[in-house]
Design a protein around this ligand. Structure first.
Ligand code: FAD
Ligand code: N01
Length: 530
């Protein structure tokens, strides 16, 4: 282990969060270093290179707002940029703000230990580097730790296994037999593209998801001219909105309209693309009856879009409210399902018995495979943090503590782990919002807190147990006033004794921001400064 480098802050991760955090801390006069395990910057958009990967919040909204010149010089080519374009944007940001000189790539943070006597963290990497820092900032991403699925016999497979979040750029699927697992947002994007290349594609689905048309299109050459004068106002609207978007839900309840008016409004929302369907009425995520109208509408659409009635039946979701699992957006998923070279296996009706060297065998048949694709998701919200051996006060381990249910004050700080901040941690709006808006808010709040601590001569901050518990209870109550907890989804974390903890904060981006502001203005209420 080399001698520890002394800095104000170590930032783990070089995605949207880590890049802006570094820039902001430099502006505020702190010394900081980013450590990133990937060989490039970009986070999500570096790793998820699978065919069809793109965002589903319009790129003019899903982008940084902190610098007006950056806004003015970057032009998006499509309403929803594809992965290579978002990655180019983040690489541009890293270059434009001269960030690369303080980013160590291909370096994994393996451990961090709080030294109570010194009031500092000692952070270590897999390459033998060590950092002695006042602040540890985890910009490790809520969807960055890929989940390895429980598929019997996968280890027997002799062909290529591709995970969507660790895609091999050189993978050539032309003329191959492909077996694909997972039909979440990722799987739905992958299937649409792979179906065109593969000889035969067999999709293994466990839970059918609702998917709405993305409504993607190229942006006109001159779109920025019209947008730029309105940008500040639109960005401000996003910051104070429930979801971090320029536009909120349309007013009114689905129960208030008659069947004809409701159908007309749902059709308009469906055609608006992205997750617009959920914005058709303001009570869709709160009221079961209202939600059922939107869910039935989406089910009827599946029956219209999918020619084969048996495939349509399997693809039709039941048993949970629409929107309570992440609503997927699709460009060519249902189109792919209509192709003769695409088969759909519902593993709840036809379980996988084993993977063999060259096939996937179920209790009803055998499907040849040259390649297996896993679009099986992430250890969401907590996985990347638990992967690091973090020891706080008195040697307490975050892994052990979060095994008993993830907890954090405002999703930003954890009791027992002083001077550690989690960007988009559990208990913050994070994955239930336009994540870039949430990231910017967290980064700015953390930087302001560090400046205030420096000005006050108080070098250590820690959340109190009371404040953290009260916040998690509040987050739980808010979640349970909606339909979100009605579904089994990756939004729910599990405790050792089987309790479910709804991880993202449902109370809204604007309300959450106001609460964070109030807490800072009141001398960091709920924190102890020393
Ligand atoms: P990430 O981009 O995940 O970056 C975290 C980085 O930390 C990674 O590069 C990782 O390698 C690094 N890291 C983690 N642990 C360590 C360690 N121990 N040592 C060193 N480095 C480490 N959100 C939206 O709002 N809209 C969208 O349309 C949208 N589309 C998405 C599409 C996909 C395919 C996925 C997976 C997610 C999408 N998201 C979307 C969510 C997306 O994750 C966020 O919008 C955003 O990119 C997260 O940025 P981040 O910097 O917080 O985390
Ligand atoms: O992951 P997921 P994801 N056999 O967890 C299935 C963002 N994102 O990578 O639902 C068969 O949603 C699993 O089945 P089930 C977005 O926030 C956005 O797709 O657990 N199947 C599920 O179908 C998103 O929500 C975009 O029953 C198995 C799938 O794998 C988040 O990232 C694009 C299985 C995993 O779905 C995560 O999405 C991509 C098994 N053994 C991602 N194990 C945009 O469009 C698991 N599954 C913006």
């Amino acid at each position: 282990m080399s001698e520890a480098r002394t800095l104000d802050a170590l930032i783990v991760g070089a995605g949207f969060a880590g890049l802006y955090m570094l820039h902001k801390l430099r502006q505020d006069g702190f010394t900081a270093q980013v450590v990133e395990k990937g060989s490039g910057v970009g986070g999500t958009w570096f790793w998820n290179r699978y065919p069809g990967a793109r965002c589903d919040i319009p790129s003019i909204e899903y982008s940084y707002s902190f610098d007006a010149e950056l806004e003015a010089e970057w032009r998006w080519s499509e309403r929803y940029a594809a992965q290579p374009e978002i990655l180019r944007y983040l690489e541009h940001v890293a270059e434009r703000f001269d960030l690369m000189r303080d980013i160590a790539l291909e370096t994994l943070v393996t451990s961090a230990r709080w030294d109570e006597g010194k009031g500092r963290w000692l952070v270590e990497t897999d390459g033998g580097d060590a950092f002695d820092v006042q602040f540890l900032i985890l910009a490790t991403g809520a969807l960055s730790e890929p989940k390895q699925p429980d598929i019997p016999g996968l280890e027997n497979f002799e062909g290529q296994v591709l995970h969507s979040a660790m895609w091999d750029d050189g993978a050539d699927l032309a003329g191959k037999n492909v077996c694909h697992f997972g039909t979440g947002s990722t799987g739905i994007q992958v299937v649409g593209e792979v179906a065109k290349a593969a000889k035969q594609l067999t999709v293994f689905q466990r839970t059918p998801n609702f998917a709405v048309p993305a409504g993607n299109h190229p942006l006109p050459e001159d779109y920025l001219e019209d947008l730029l004068p309105r940008y500040p106002e639109l960005r401000e609207r996003a910051r104070t909105s429930p979801l971090g978007w320029f536009h909120g839900a349309w007013e009114g309840s689905a129960k208030a309209d008659d069947a004809e008016a409701r159908e007309e409004r749902l059709e308009k929302a469906w055609k608006a693309g992205t997750t617009g369907l959920l914005q058709a009425y303001e009570d869709l995520l709160f009221d079961e009856e209202s939600n059922s109208y939107a869910a039935d509408f989406a089910r009827r659409k599946i029956a219209e879009l999918v020619d084969n009635p048996e495939k349509a039946r399997k693809l039709t979701p039941h048993g949970y409210p629409i929107g309570s699992r992440r609503l997927c957006t699709e460009v060519n998923f249902y189109e792919a399902m209509n192709r003769d070279n695409v088969a759909l296996v519902d593993v709840r009706e036809e379980p996988v018995v084993t993977v063999t060297a060259h096939s996937v065998r179920t209790d009803k048949g055998e499907y040849p495979a040259d390649v297996i694709i896993l679009a099986t998701g992430f250890d969401a919200c907590v996985g990347a943090i638990k992967a690091i051996d973090i020891r706080g006060r008195d040697g307490r381990s975050i892994r052990d503590e979060w095994d008993n249910g993830p907890r954090a004050y405002l999703g930003l700080a954890v009791e027992g782990f002083p001077n550690m901040f989690t960007i988009t941690g559990p208990g913050s709006p994070s994955v239930l919002s336009n994540v870039v808006v949430s990231i910017e808010q967290h980064v700015e709040w953390v930087a302001r807190c560090m400046v205030d601590m420096r000005d006050a001569g108080q070098p250590v901050i820690e959340a109190t147990t009371e404040a953290e518990t009260a916040w998690m209870e509040h987050a739980h109550e808010v979640a349970h006033s909606t339909l979100f907890p009605r579904a089994n989804s990756w939004y729910q974390g599990q405790t050792k004794d089987g309790r479910q903890v709804f991880m993202p904060y449902v109370g809204g981006v604007g309300a959450y921001r106001a609460k964070c502001e109030e807490i800072a203005a009141n001398g960091y209420e709920g924190f102890v400064l020393r």
